[in-house]
Design a protein around this ligand. Structure first.
Ligand SMILES: CC(C)(COP(=O)(O)OP(=O)(O)OC[C@H]1O[C@@H](n2cnc3c(N)ncnc32)[C@H](O)[C@@H]1OP(=O)(O)O)[C@@H](O)C(=O)NCCC(=O)NCCS
Length: 153
């Protein structure tokens, strides 16, 4: 299934906060709360977030990250469960990687649960490379994190 008419843009907290809280709750066992999102995204010196909108859902997916010098760290990525496998996650990341290059990013890293086959397949398809494992990095449940890197462009 292909999603039509999607747009990707920087998050506007005044407009998007409630939708991001909903996305978090629908996507993670330990979701970021409203307060956690606000605290992270208020750190405007380094925090960046992008939202993908569709005709069906204003906040169909989002990604938050931190840009420190030339290194981008992806924190959270989520697409609403009703809109997965439509290409939105890929579209969101492609847009983000293009945009952050213009902002000075030259390499990107993230951690992902070792059992998260969907996310790993998405990152593999975008040329991220597995560079290590953090043992027991995640809690509830305890699980290893796969460390991924990608150079830009
Ligand atoms: C991971 C996630 C963001 C993917 O978003 P999405 O919009 O469904 O992904 P896309 O439709 O863009 O898929 C792009 C590619 O990723 C891979 N992929 C996505 N979902 C997959 C799944 N369930 N199983 C296997 N591969 C999958 C495929 O290679 C897919 O390409 P294809 O559809 O041509 O086969 C989404 O599943 C999600 O929000 N999961 C819950 C939160 C999460 O785990 N976030 C990642 C934290 S690091």
């Amino acid at each position: 299934m292909k999603a039509l008419d999607e747009t990707v843009e920087r998050v506007d907290l005044r407009r998007d906060l409630d939708g991001l809280v909903e996305l978090e709750a629908a996507s993670f066992r330990n979701p970021w709360t409203c307060e956690m999102l606000l605290a992270e995204l208020a750190d405007v010196a380094v925090a960046l977030a992008y939202v993908v909108r569709t005709t069906d859902r204003q906040q169909a997916g989002y990604c938050s990250c931190r840009l420190i010098e030339d290194e981008l760290h992806l924190n959270n990525l989520a697409v609403h469960p009703t809109q997965r496998r439509c290409g939105l996650g890929r579209r969101l990341l492609e847009h983000l990687l293009h945009d952050v290059f213009d902002l000075g990013a030259r390499r990107v890293t993230l951690e992902v649960r070792a059992s998260n086959a969907a996310a790993l397949a998405l990152y593999d398809s975008l040329a991220f490379v597995r560079r290590g494992l953090r043992r027991g990095y995640y809690t509830m449940p305890v699980e290893d994190a796969v460390i991924l890197w990608r150079s830009l462009p």
